[in-house]
Design a protein around this ligand. Sequence first.
Ligand SMILES: Cc1cc2nc3c(=O)[nH]c(=O)nc-3n(C[C@H](O)[C@H](O)[C@H](O)COP(=O)(O)OP(=O)(O)OC[C@H]3O[C@@H](n4cnc5c(N)ncnc54)[C@H](O)[C@@H]3O)c2cc1C
Length: 427
Amino acid sequence: MAGRVAVIGGGILGLAVARRIGQVDPDATVTVFEKEQDVARHQTGRNSGVVHAGLYYKPDSLKATLCRRGVGLLKEYCAAHHVRYEECGKIVIAVDDSELDRLADIESRAQANGVPGTSMLDAVGLRRYEPHARGVAALHSPTTAIVDYPAVARALREDVRDAGGSVRTGAEVTAVDDRGDGVHLGLRVRGTARVTPNGNHATASRAGGTVAEVFETVGPFDLLIACAGLQSDQVAALTGEDPSPQIVPFRGDYWLLRPERRGLVHGLIYPVPDPRYPFLGIHLTRRVDGEVLVGPNAVLATAREGYTLSTVQGSELRRTLAWPGFHKMARTHWKTGAREILRTASRRAFIAEARRYVPQLEAADVVRGPAGVRAQAVTRDGSLVDDFVLSINGRIVHVRNAPSPGATASLAIAEHIVSKVVPEPAA
Ligand SMILES: Cc1cc2nc3c(=O)[nH]c(=O)nc-3n(C[C@H](O)[C@H](O)[C@H](O)COP(=O)(O)OP(=O)(O)OC[C@H]3O[C@@H](n4cnc5c(N)ncnc54)[C@H](O)[C@@H]3O)c2cc1C
């Protein structure tokens, strides 16, 4: 029996976990706490919208197994909930012979991971799928898809509510106290100032006038699952978890193709990734709303939830710069970092990278698009954590690293987490 469950984070993971608990244990009482006024405001609502088929990931890693399982679950979920899901296919292009070995490695991984229908294409074959693309060879993945992740998150929120759970927005968890009778949470509540039911304690932060913010405590809970994305290390610190890995936020800017140039891209055009930086590489991505994204780059974000260069959160930036792992990472990867900064500063340099795959693309063909910030976990020794990472300590679970393909894998990650902490009732 799961009993009373608190989930931190109204991104796709927190909502998927909350829904899964309701499926496994209909008697559980689940509450999701989300600090923003709506769900899917951060990574879930600011990503490329791709349902990854599982081409790149190390066989048997959590990423590989949960991505593959997640694709099937997500496709089924979208069909049942009328969320747009389109198998537009993807090609990973080797622009010259120096990339052929790495492309062959990706093909082997795709096979080991059980990705269906992949095939190698030559320079002529790749144009059957993407007539404007150029390269010496490509790997085609016909089942790679695009989806509306915020719509998935909204559907999950409805499922949680339909199962009797609640999703409290504007409620930031600022304290966690795990004591005898269960886990108690301290909340900063914005937008709606209200005293909590059940005799929980609430204090207005401002005297007089309109109360915009109140502090309250809720609990006890029998289980706490934190899926706090960019804040996952900070939320882990509230429960005394190890500060390593720390989140180092990387902003990714996108450009959008002008409507009259969208025909340059039919589906998804990707570079062969550098195995040292699997999350880097500007790609061209069709979205379900018909827009075509070009990007993202990756530069150190000056605020974890800041989507422009001018948004700076001094305390967060100082924390990143003080992290020993950040210094080690910066020393090792400074050349790559400098290249990414150049692409951020210059539209021409950014588009030149995409033109390697689509030579007709010009800087004048794009307008500024959205931006997202990736929660990249970095260990104290400066290593970029690649796989999904969970930590389970008694009745508290933290998702410590859930980068791409975290949205693709979300329903499978939820199954995985819940199977570890909520026993399935006997049939
Ligand atoms: C630029 C970019 C491109 C990507 N592209 C893809 C892609 O194409 N395909 C794919 O599968 N994946 C992609 N990803 C990765 C994917 O978006 C993430 O793996 C996924 O969204 C993680 O979901 P989440 O719920 O953990 O995080 P989030 O969506 O960030 O949600 C975390 C939530 O926790 C809330 N929160 C944090 N702290 C607190 C607190 N103290 N109290 C209450 N609430 C709190 C936040 O407000 C937030 O809403 C991409 C990511 C980025 C940034």
